[in-house]
Unconditional design. Structure first.
Length: 181
């Protein structure tokens, strides 16, 4: 078996030293974060290569309607994937249930058995973190399958509106009940 080459060993030692200095004794899975970022970057590079190979070009501009549709759809899909009780089986390998959250939502803690498992757990329990992945998916969807992408985004945008109406109705009920007492 060959010995690792000195510059590579030096680089790895330097990375470990920097990671330890950054973490300050806390459990921060920097290696897992690097792996998750590498997957994301690979997907982007792959999509760009596929777009180039198939002659697809990005639109010269995104229409405001599409931007709104994708923003609201991204919000709802991220919350659905990261917080809904019904999607907890998807998160279960990376998380543990801790308590009930907001309406139809659960709170979970990340399992930390490995750096990658921990990083994925953080990603899939954080709607803000998932936003980047989902928004990128919607934008790429506009490039490759705009009609289907708009249909999916519309579905989640309508759900966002319905959620706001449900919350508004519940608030109105609470206020009405408070007026009676």
């Amino acid at each position: 078996m060959s010995k690792p080459n000195k510059p590579v060993t030096s680089l790895l030692d330097s990375a470990r030293t920097e990671a330890e200095a950054y973490q300050q004794g806390e459990d921060r899975p920097l290696g897992g974060y690097v792996a998750v970022m590498a997957v994301f970057a690979s997907l982007i590079v792959g999509a760009a290569g596929l777009a180039a190979a198939t002659g697809r070009r990005p639109p010269s501009r995104i229409e405001p309607y599409d931007a709104f549709l994708m923003a609201a759809g991204t919000h709802k899909l991220a919350r659905t994937l990261s917080k809904d009780a019904i999607t907890s089986p998807l998160r279960a390998p990376f998380t543990r249930y801790t308590e009930t959250g907001g309406p139809a939502e659960v709170m979970e803690e990340v399992r930390g058995t490995s750096s990658i498992r921990h990083a994925i757990g953080e990603l899939i329990t954080c709607p803000f973190c998932l936003d980047m992945w989902i928004a990128t998916g919607f934008v790429l969807g506009l490039l490759f399958a705009p009609r289907v992408t708009r249909m999916v985004a519309t579905t989640f945008t309508v759900l966002t509106g319905a959620d706001l109406l449900q919350l508004g109705y519940a608030l109105a009920q609470r206020l009405q009940e408070g007026d009676r007492g």
